[in-house]
Write a protein that binds this ligand. Structure first.
Ligand code: SF4
Length: 492
């Protein structure tokens, strides 16, 4: 592998081909030991535990989860995780419900699952994290800073302010925010639609987005780009808008400027330049959380039909669609995709791509997943053919589990930790030992504005659910924005 190349994994119908040690370890994890799979399958059945996991879990863990035959296992982005937890507890006609839920993700994900189960009337169903210590997130921490409170106070002083908060924040942040400014939660898969709908449906609304600065900047960039593309292109993104309305809303879109995801921060200018130089014909994918250079590269590629910017789900759909399209053509092909997001996504991509290729029976169509990694986030080796590998050199955003472009918080959810937790759970129907309470999400029983944090912080999430169902800003949120009396401006 030349120093200019990134590690990659080539996905064929029935096999994987790894380039570089990092990709080799990913490939190995995707083919787990059947005894481990069997052991976990037996354990989750015995404990009647549903598992909801985020796409960013380590491939070692996802590889095993993907092989379980137990029906109550789900891997997705954060939006669906809480819904699936509720569905698992409720069960179906032929599937009895799970008695408890284990969340594999960071703490705001278990908090969301707890909040949604409570709202669905399942307060007695225990929710567990797999670590006794907090499982943080650099974005969630940024939103708990005094700078973020100052941002919210500024928003509160503005008439018709709507705070759009990224889901990667604690229930405490959501409650503190909603007590000051009407707030709606978003994920990367619905943020564009939510903001554009708010601008279309609430006259003169001022949108304050946070805490992810790269995402805020990328959204502003996306909106600015739309103004250059003409009305038809704008309407294909949101039917209620045209170039004039997007131009007007730019002045009323504000974002927090000090919140970063330490993982997506790795996809900086150097990575973008190497992609541009060495992968000129590859498809480029970029999560909305990545820094501007990588985002712009993917945005430019999208204009040529060679790229996607958006959520983890958008990236997965883009890759599988391109592979299905290639499989419809008679000629052999290997399509390369630069993966501009956390590497844990690779497990779901491999599963989806192999399923698509098996359906078509094509041995001669393949998908190369390229893992772009910054040079400050790699290890130099003495191997003449392998000068750099993404890996354990350290630094924020790197972890010994999966190298760089992996989230150290997410990787606190190890396979061993899952086994340990499941073994310590009581048998179904038995009382829970007190020592397991440390694995529960924070109950957030303290009060903000006279309501518990759990209750008040759940409201912005329910507004998001309402938006997801109806496609409109929920009427109570709309009324809150238009009728609220602004607070006095914050002092100097
Ligand atoms: S990748 Fe990790 S640090 Fe980044 S937003 Fe997700 S949980 Fe937070």
């Amino acid at each position: 592998m030349a120093e200019t190349s990134f590690p990659s994994l080539v996905v064929h119908k029935d096999r994987l081909e790894a380039q570089g040690s990092f990709a080799e370890s990913q490939a190995q994890y995707l083919d787990p030991d059947p005894r481990t799979v069997q052991e976990l399958d037996t354990l989750v059945r015995q404990k009647n535990a549903g598992i909801v996991a985020h796409y960013y879990m380590a491939p070692e863990l996802q590889g095993v989860l993907a092989r379980l035959t137990w029906p109550h296992v789900h891997i997705s982005d954060s939006l669906l995780m809480a819904d699936k937890a509720v569905a698992m507890v409720e069960g179906g006609a032929s599937t009895p419900g799970a008695e408890r839920i284990v969340v594999l993700g960071v703490d705001f994900m278990s908090e969301n699952a707890r909040a949604m189960l409570d709202k669905a009337g399942h307060r007695e169903t225990p929710v567990y994290r797999v670590a006794a210590d907090p499982i943080g997130c650099s974005l969630a921490e940024a939103a708990e800073s005094s700078r973020y409170l100052a941002f919210l106070d500024r928003a509160a002083s503005v008439p018709r302010a709507l705070h759009v908060v990224y889901i990667n924040t604690s229930l405490r942040t959501k409650a503190e925010a909603h007590a000051r400014v009407p707030t709606i939660t978003v994920t990367s898969s619905n943020v564009v639609n939510t903001i554009l709908t708010a601008f279309a449906e609430i006259p003169d609304v001022e949108v304050f987005f946070g805490p992810d600065t790269y995402m805020g900047r990328n959204l502003a960039n996306l909106f600015r780009t739309l103004t250059t593309l003409g009305d038809a292109a704008v309407k294909s993104v949101h039917p209620a808008h045209d170039v004039a309305s997007i131009t007007r809303l730019l002045e009323r879109f504000h974002f927090f400027d000090e919140g970063h995801c330490i993982v997506h921060h790795m996809f900086g200018a150097e990575v973008a330049e190497r992609v541009r130089t060495h992968y000129p014909h590859a498809y480029v994918t970029a999560h909305l959380e990545v820094p501007g250079e990588m985002f712009e590269l993917a945005l430019a590629a999208r204009r040529e039909g060679r790229g996607v910017v958006g959520s983890t789900s958008d990236i997965l759909t883009f890759i599988t669609t391109k592979i299905r399209d290639a499989a419809k053509k008679p000629e052999a092909a290997t399509l390369s995709f630069v993966l501009g997001t956390e590497t844990g996504m690779v497990t779901s991509i491999v599963g989806a791509v192999q399923a698509a290729l098996r359906e078509t029976g094509r041995d001669d169509v393949a998908c190369e997943i390229v893992f772009p990694v910054a040079s400050e986030a790699i290890t130099r080796t003495n191997e003449p053919n392998l000068l750099v590998v993404p890996g354990v050199a350290g630094g924020e955003g790197c972890s010994v589990e999966g190298g760089c472009a992996t989230c150290p918080y997410m990787k606190m959810n190890s396979l061993d930790a899952l086994f340990d937790l499941l073994r310590s759970l009581p048998a179904p129907q038995a009382a829970e030992p007190v020592h397991l309470k440390v694995f529960h999400p924070n109950p957030y029983e303290d009060l903000v504005a006279g309501r518990t944090i759990a209750d008040l912080g759940g409201e912005p999430i329910l507004h998001m659910r309402g938006f997801q169902k109806s496609g409109h800003i929920p009427p109570d949120l709309h009324a809150h924005v238009t009728s609220r009396v602004p607070a006095p401006p914050p002092g100097p």
